[in-house]
Design a binder for this molecule. Sequence first.
Ligand code: 4UW
Length: 537
Amino acid sequence: MSRILESIHPPPFLPKCSIFDYLFGDHQCYPTPDPKGIAFIDGLSGKKVQRQQVAHQARQLAAGIRSLGVKQGDVMLIFGMNSYEWINALLGGQAAGVVVSPASYAYSPPELLHQINDSTASLIFVGPLLLDTLLKALALPDAPKIPPSRIVLLSDTSTAGYKSIYDLWQAPLTPEPYAESSTAYLCYSSGTTGRAKGVETSHHNITSEIQALNTVYEPLADKDVVLGILPFSHIYGLSVVLHQPLTRGVPVVILPRFEEISVLSAIEKYKITWGLVVPPVLIVLIHSKNVGNKLKSLRGLMSGAAPLGRELTATFEKKFPWIKVTQGYGLTETSPVTHVMTLDESRTHSGQVGRLMPTFQARLVDAESGKDAERGELWLRGPCVMKGYWRNAEATSNTFAEGGWFKTGDVAVVAEDGYFAIVDRVKELIKYKGFQVPPAELEALLLSNDQVADAAVIGIWSKDQATELPRAYIVPATKPADAAAFRKEIAKWVEGKVAHYKNLRGGVVLIDAIPKSPSGKILRKDLRLLAKEEKAK
Ligand code: 4UW
């Protein structure tokens, strides 16, 4: 008999409509915010955009997207740092009924090309600073032919034959209704194994998630102003920073990325009250020499995407006693938040990730026995769980168990009062500051180097930085004369070939043989033990 854990919260109303209709139509699922209220503020230029303008400008872009011959159900890709233009592209795509695939701005040309090819994107919006990376990706041998008219700049000026997003605006299109089960987004996640895969997130997944967030997430209202530094290309930024505040009528201050000085200045200037962060941001703030009085307005921070321990929370709250910190947990595949705590709940449950969100059911399953257990792999089910991996039936069937359960690859425990804690990970994934580092990608890259006979990559926990660091174990093809120089050379060789967050910051260790199971699977547990022993030495 399986032990199904239910959310203590009754399910909220789950609308059956598209994301665009949910956000800007007359659904009355949430107190509709003032159309003239400010939805987004550009943190660098100070430009403000009202909620009604956001909707109108998205419909203007939707008309332009259609005029390019892009049809409902086609795929477009966005490759840029956070900006208002990024939001316009996303919502314009939504109004046009296009599937939107956001890509990490840190991608190298081959990583970007993988997403362009895999998603079958035929229209690309690109940040002006990233055009060069895109053009390099499109010059690689297996790149598709995308005409310049289908490459649009996320900026107010056109360059070198490429139109600005504003050039595309036309008389606004009225979005047609379409099925809530259709695919809205394709964010990329490696899941439990292998390379990055397109996560098919439906309209219903997102609207259900936001309805659930609006029931139990820290309530945002009135004077709240939200910090928008998490990348919109990652589901945490996409759902929780970009979408949810639109339903609360509170402004989001958009910044291109996390950079200490500009973030501190924006918090001070716009009197930001609420921030969505990852644990390393807390470390930067604790050690910052530039904080002064700049964080005065901040009342709370929500941390997610990686473990946040009790100790770090306590250190932060001691230094900034007026700012409370809480935590949530989620995955790209679950749209994303599945567990969360309000600031008040976090007073008594620091170090845990919270209770199950409304709409979700959970099981904890022991990997060896396959039976429900007190401590086991977290399985989840509900309307926020993805449809599957895009055009990848094998990965989809491997990740769902009988009964429609999605296997997270994380090991959890649940206390009697219903609060969960994440205690281990059984999947390969490494997380550097909340960013996904799929070991299989780095291993494939390392094996393409003639000097490497075999390789395995694991994450090493750094307490100082509150993150895992990717470390490679390498079997050299021939014994190097100078081992230290060889290790450095390998780490350097990886740099620039991958997004910066995949660099081998945890070091390169030489080894005689990679521990493997009889079927050839890398025994990562053995490597983790080895790493512990090395540390103890
Ligand atoms: N503790 C330990 C955590 C935690 C964690 C995640 O890149 P993905 O697919 O997705 C995410 C989404 C995180 C998220 C989104 C919205 C939100 O509100 C929130 O809490 C505030 C978190 O990261 O990676 C998923 C994997 O990241 C790890 C875990 O291994 C999971 O499978 N992870 N949150 N609090 N580990």
